[in-house]
Design a protein around this ligand. Structure first.
Ligand code: FMN
Length: 154
């Protein structure tokens, strides 16, 4: 499968997880593109980010969207991106989230729900989701489990 991973990562955490995911998907025989979206820091909630160019999803069989929790919500940058991209129906879709706090109920579940709703508004129902809690003692296990779950779904 050809898979596109599109990530908003302000400080590098989500991008680091996405790199590991790319590595594993590639080892599983997929062709993977990983793009870190160009989003300015400190975008205020509710503020739209304008993208110079939006990716062409036509060439992908599956899409992975990754972003941080910001202000107990999906980052405004990824929110803008998913609002502006074209339809994604017919493609396997995955949502990946990282957050500072140690448990998903501390904003991660809410943010990933917002990401799923945006994907659904573009015609795709996510087949897997993963949340990595940066301050959780079992973070590395969370990353490994999330990657395994995502790989199994694609
Ligand atoms: C403006 C801002 C708001 C944030 N709000 C939250 C939050 O509400 N809950 C949380 O757990 N982490 C929050 N964080 C921390 C990030 O979600 C966390 O560090 C994440 O892993 C960063 O991912 P990144 O390095 O890919 O940007 C916030 C970070 C920033 C910069």
């Amino acid at each position: 499968m050809r898979i596109g991973i599109f990530v908003h990562s302000q400080t590098g955490n989500t991008y680091g997880v996405a790199l590991k995911l790319k590595e594993q998907l590639t080892a599983n025989g997929h062709t993977v593109d990983l793009e870190r979206l160009n989003i300015p820091d400190a975008v205020q909630p509710g503020t739209a980010v304008t993208f110079a160019a939006l990716p062409d999803f036509q060439k992908y069989d599956a899409l992975v969207f990754g972003a941080p929790v910001q202000g107990f919500s999906l980052s405004p940058g990824m929110t803008s991106f998913l609002q502006q991209v074209g339809p994604i129906e017919g493609k396997k879709t995955v949502c990946l989230m990282t957050q500072h706090f140690p448990y998903p109920w501390m904003g991660g579940n809410r943010a990933i729900g917002q990401m799923k709703t945006l994907c659904e508004s573009k015609g795709a129902t996510p087949c897997a989701t993963a949340i990595v809690n940066w301050k959780n003692k079992r973070r590395e296990q969370q990353i490994a489990n999330g990657i395994a779950r995502i790989c199994a779904s694609l």
